[in-house]
Write a protein that binds this ligand. Sequence first.
Ligand code: CA
Length: 512
Amino acid sequence: MKHLLLVVLWMCAYRVAVAQQPGKRPNIVIIVSDDHAYQAISAYGQGLMQTPAIDRIAREGARFDKAYVTNSICGPSRAVILTGKYSNKNGYKDNETSSFDASQNSFVKELGRGGYQTAWIGKYHLGHDPQGFDYWQILPEQGDYYNPDFLMMDGSKKRVEGYVSNLIEDAAENWLNQRDQSKPFCLVIGHKATHRVWLPDTADFGLFDDKTFPVPATFYDTYAGRKAAQVQEMSIAKDMRMGYDLKMFPDLDSVRDGNIARMNAAQKASFEAYYKPIKADLEARHLAGKELAEWKFQRYLRDYLSTAASLDRNIGRTLDYLDKNNLTENTIVIYLSDQGFFMGEHGWFDKRWMYEESFRTPMVMRYPGVIKPGTVSDAFVLNLDIAPTMLEAAGVAVPKDMQGESMLPLLTGKKAKGRDALYYHYYENGEHAVSPQFGIKTKRYKLIRFYKRVNGWELYDLQKDPQELHNLYGRKGYEKITGSLKKQLAGLIEKYEDEEAKQLLTQRTGKP
Ligand code: CA
């Protein structure tokens, strides 16, 4: 008892001491992009393009090779990042039927109570105005690429001329310039890039036109043995639209899409100068079948990667700002996407699935003096872990109801074991016709239960089948591993208190 009292007293003294030395507590910059695939980041070594700024964070800190999300969709992922809780607990399950209750607790509110100055700038997309930030300036909903509006704290809406990634960085630097320098800060920079419809900065048009990208090995996947994959509507060949997605517009003035309609005369002229010859060439070639599908794939990658080029450049500006203002040594910088994205694997664009390309997200983190430069982590981490990690770094107690785990022990102590399995649950049942699904991933296997749109299970041996093409569920010889994975899945569902999944787990699905 006496020991416990001493420990408590010591902890209180530590908290007070930490609070009185703002210079000692790290500043925090969290950069969250939208739909940025790890396949498109050179630190992850896939060669589609160079991303020097993201690579710099990885080189000077840690690269997470097994970072995942709990629910691979935009708004819900941001809600998980803020609250440190699964969607079933924070209430924001999908973009179509649920809304985020911003009055609930978040790690940013905890940091604010702990003496931090806090801000969210850029894409937020959680429905209501942010709560618990000292400052915010956000894009309305999805926002626009050119000359976007920003919603301001005083209720006003401000249109700013220019390209969204540059403008978000400008606003972030403005806030940093005028912040209260006596306090440590936590700044979240929310980028719109690289969300559909991948509109590059006019300065970046044509950046990848001299490259022909290799068509992924699974581009012509026939989805044999995978019912949910057979009914999706996110195929580059079938579902990517010639106008909206690929900018093959007959006439720009008749386009109602906000991104296009908002362009000024100079931007429109640039746009037409770039896309019109591409359209004329396409019309002259009369492509069909595989040739047309691969033309779409190349166009998709060129626009997507050009959009990502500005994103990376602006992340570089954030790093330069920290350098110039002597903040680098005492600032944590973490970069992640709100989820992964398909870059033509399985023939797809978009996200949502528990399959690797969308379930896994890029994540790099620099924390000078704590993370050894060049660290590569193979530990299973989740977007769920950002909240407790930042609180631990700031010396602020992690609320007991947060479900994530701090990543710091994985980066600083060799003894930390980390998770042996990940739990996932995607709820949306609308756009792209992707079936709701939940499941478990272990180091070797993945077991997925689809429901609502398609009912059934899928099992993958990731060691033998990393591309997830062979559904082994119900196959002879896999009874034992299936049973053990189901048991482990039930344990995770219990742990994260997901009542909906608990009910579904015991329901019969019929023959796979
Ligand atoms: Ca997203």
